[in-house]
Structures are given as C-alpha cells and as structure tokens.
Design a protein around this ligand. Structure first.
Ligand SMILES: [Zn+2]
Length: 187
C-alpha cells in the first residue's frame, strides 16, 4: 500500500501570510500579524494563545512549555504497615487539580520527565512579560496526558511506601503555551 502525501501550504488564519513550516515544528507566531498558530493534525491551523514570562533574561531565547491543570484519579495499594500517613499525603496531593508544566521543545524523554517532575514540585512563576523569541515547539498537546501520567507515577514512586500496585488516569484541561526561561540547569 502506498500512502499519498499531499502538501498543503500553511497560511496564517488571520492575515494569510505563509507559515514557514519545517521539520517537526507544530506552532508558530505569524511574522506579519503576531497571531499564535498551532498545527493540529486533524483540524489544521488553529489559534494559539502564547504567553511570555517576565523572567526571561533580556537577549536570551525563551523555551516553550505546555501549562495545564489535571484532575488525577488514582487507586494505589500499599503494604499494610505504611497504609495511614503516606496514603493521606497522596490523597491530599491529588485531591485537587494540579498544575503541570511540560517542555514543548525537542528534548530527550529522560530529560523531559526529569524537568517536568522538577517543575511539578518547584512550580515556576507565571508572570506576563514582553514578547521574546523562543525555541521551536515540537511536542503536540495530544501527547500531554500520557506524559502527565508518567510524571504522577514518578512522584508517587518517590513516596517510598512500597506500593504494591497503582492505577492512574488523568483528565487534562486545554493547555496554554508559556515561553519560560531555561530551567535545564536545574536537572
Ligand atoms: Zn498573520
């Protein structure tokens, strides 16, 4: 079977300026009108709201992150001796929606999980600042829930209460794109 690939030039949804879509990139800022654009594999180009952190040092390129909140449903089974306290800690942590900050730029899976777990326990300040150039966005928002489940698992594995079994599902809100300073030095 041969797959037929059709190349359709992408144009800004507001001003029709061609978008220089290359490689793995899936989001852009229109060079003409500043419109944020996200390429969805099913819907085509959609409007994307992009926010820029005030914390990016002047002259530096920012890094794009998906920021979302998720409701976590978890059932965990632990060895009897640990039952009380650790279970209460887990219930408290996941009893409300939590914020997740996931790298949207190209990064190894290992680094992505480390960085996301770091930013879960050390949430960055999200304060609006000036528009800043940023690295290419290559991670589709469609991949977020499975990555977030992984991060929750990493957080729970750190609780050291000898988990026998755990099952996790997460309902994720529509993410927004934040351009943040470089956090890679922390991992
Ligand atoms: Zn435009």
């Amino acid at each position: 079977m041969t797959a037929k690939i059709e190349l359709i030039p992408l144009r800004c949804i507001r001003c029709e300026t061609p978008v220089p879509a290359e490689g793995e990139e899936i989001a852009w800022v229109c060079s003409q009108c500043g419109q944020g654009l996200l390429l969805d594999e099913r819907q085509g180009l959609e409007s994307l709201d992009i926010q820029y952190s005030q914390k990016i040092p002047p002259g530096e390129r920012g890094q794009p992150y998906w920021v979302t909140r998720g409701r976590v449903n978890m059932s965990r089974e632990v060895h009897q001796s640990w039952q009380g306290t650790r279970q209460r800690e887990a219930d408290q942590l996941w009893g409300q929606k939590r914020q997740f900050v996931i790298p949207a730029f190209t990064i190894s899976l290992d680094e992505l999980l480390h960085l996301s777990t770091f930013l879960f326990t050390n949430p960055p300040e999200l304060i609006d600042g000036p528009v800043t150039p940023f690295e290419a966005v290559t991670l589709s928002p469609r991949d977020l829930s499975s990555l977030i489940e992984y991060i929750i698992l990493a957080v729970e594995a750190g609780r050291s209460d000898d988990i026998k079994s755990i099952s996790i599902s997460v309902e994720v809100e529509t993410p927004s794109l934040w351009v943040l300073p470089n956090f890679r030095k922390f991992i």
